[in-house]
Design a protein around this ligand. Structure first.
Ligand SMILES: Nc1ncnc2c1ncn2[C@@H]1O[C@H](COP(=O)(O)OP(=O)(O)OP(=O)(O)O)[C@@H](O)[C@H]1O
Ligand SMILES: [Mg+2]
Length: 319
């Protein structure tokens, strides 16, 4: 039986379980930052202590979504050791329970963040004393983006109903999955097969992760089982943004089906948000639509999405 929201919250508190949520999408300008900001805002409204992380290190603008000026202290200050603790880099948003860790500033160096620095930042982010750390991972399929996505308890993939966004979203999930499978490969033989599969025109005819695992199984049954376990523990959740009609809504189900068929993944459809004038008008006023237009359909859909994500619910085929 599903838990109520308050039960979920109290379970979370009792276990002191910090959750990492992330919003990715593989493509620019599709509403990732707005979705991250509004999910964070709504979680805080529901009593969660939230830190929003703007990990779009090369093009941070989450503060603008929240109607804030460019933050004085950023993640880059911490990465470059101008601040001793990550807590000092947090900015109050004005909404109770919601703070921001901005990626703005020193763009080039931060965007090319080195591996050791990344490990240090990830560990510090994991260690923040909050209920939910919510990461806006920005566009693209760089290893930085994939790693932020893969480390999340709740990995949200935003897509708009346009072919390029759908393709990018699917490719993003596929790249993340291959990265995870490569990390889980028990020996060089399997790693080499993963690398071969990464080339879409490889000679072995490995076109999908499902093909890859079938091939690994011919050589090493235990390794194939390990890869299947990795596939089984990765649950990306699709959110379709800028929906205009029922056909747009159906795209979420199609993506879930494609992930199952070709990637061997149990993805889910977490919800959708309509295209609404209230949303972009609020952006122009430098306000978040959740605060600026709380009675809008998009605001109600975000509230529903947040409740569903907290409870782990998904949209059934009737939606
Ligand atoms: N549901 C919606 N209804 C109306 N307009 C929307 C909606 N979602 C997004 N937009 C418009 O799309 C713009 C881009 O949104 P946002 O900045 O969140 O995208 P992004 O994916 O984070 O972009 P980037 O990749 O550049 O970081 C918003 O400023 C807003 O004008
Ligand atoms: Mg953005």
């Amino acid at each position: 039986m599903a838990l109520t929201v308050s039960e979920t919250l109290s379970v979370g508190r009792a276990a002191k379980r910090r959750q990492i949520w992330s919003v990715g999408g593989g493509k620019g300008g599709i509403g990732k930052s707005l979705i991250a900001a509004s999910l964070g805002w709504q979680l805080a409204r529901m009593g969660q202590r939230v830190v929003l992380v703007d990990a779009d290190l090369g093009g941070a603008n989450l503060h603008t979504c929240l109607g804030l000026p460019s933050p004085a202290r950023t993640l880059a200050d911490f990465i470059q050791r101008r601040l001793d603790t990550i807590e000092e880099a947090l900015t109050e948003t004005g909404a109770p329970g919601l703070r921001l860790l901005s990626g703005a500033g020193d763009l080039l160096t931060a965007a090319n963040i080195k591996h050791m620095q990344k490990v240090r930042v990830l560990n510090k982010i994991r260690g923040l004393d909050v209920d939910v750390v919510l990461i806006d991972i920005g566009a693209g399929t760089s290893f930085n983006s994939l790693d932020f996505f893969l480390l999340s308890d709740v990995a949200v993939l935003a897509v708009v109903p346009e072919p390029s966004s759908i393709e990018n979203g699917y490719r993003f999930i596929k790249s993340a999955l291959y990265r995870r499978l490569r990390a889980a490969a028990p020996h060089a033989g399997v790693r080499n097969l993963v690398d071969t599969a990464l080339d879409p025109k490889n000679d072995l005819g490995l076109r999908t992760p499902v093909d890859l695992v079938a091939r690994v199984e011919q050589e090493d049954v235990e390794a194939a089982a390990a890869l299947r376990r990795e596939m089984g523990s990765f649950h990306p959740r699709f959110v379709i943004n800028e929906v205009r009609d029922d056909r747009d809504v159906a795209i979420g189900h199609q993506l879930v089906a494609a992930c199952g068929r070709h990637l061997g993944l149990r993805a889910s459809y977490a919800g959708y948000v309509h295209f609404e004038d209230a949303v972009w008008r609020a952006v122009r006023r430098r306000r978040l639509f959740m605060a600026d237009a709380p009675t809008s359909r998009a605001a109600e859909e975000i509230r529903q999405l947040t409740r569903g994500l907290l409870k782990g619910e998904t949209l059934g085929p009737g939606y």
